[in-house]
Design a protein. Structure first.
Length: 121
């Protein structure tokens, strides 16, 4: 398919595309930039064989952080994640609005034991 455009129309289209794509990049970077301001911790999880796996996690320890979660995040480095901290034990549900990456969800009880895993949520 070929589209005939004047050079002025082409310049306007290119400018529109550049402006539009810069907003998309800024929105994606904003989500990651915001996460970088959150507290992070290293956690270790051991499996039944006694092997340890380390993860760097962002801490979601307020209602607003838990609500925001990983919204609009396009990618995370390997072995990164988010830890949703609650003050008291509870049955929790996870809201996945605007979550663009596949996640493994681990539910951990008050004794720091994994009681449920949902792969590729």
């Amino acid at each position: 398919m070929q589209i005939d455009m004047s050079s002025t129309q082409l310049k306007k289209l290119l400018m529109f595309l550049l402006i539009t794509s810069s907003f998309v990049v800024k929105a994606e970077n904003f989500a990651l930039d915001e996460l970088e301001s959150w507290e992070k911790n290293i956690i270790q999880i051991s499996n039944s064989s006694g092997n340890f796996h380390k993860f760097e996690v962002y801490i979601a320890d307020t209602k607003s952080k838990r609500k925001k979660g990983l919204m609009h995040v396009e990618s995370l480095p390997r072995n990164y994640g988010m830890l949703f901290k609650f003050d008291t034990p509870r049955i929790a549900s996870i809201w996945m609005k605007n979550t663009y990456i596949s996640l493994d969800l681990l539910f951990i009880d008050k004794n720091q034991t994994i009681i449920k895993i949902h792969n590729d949520a």
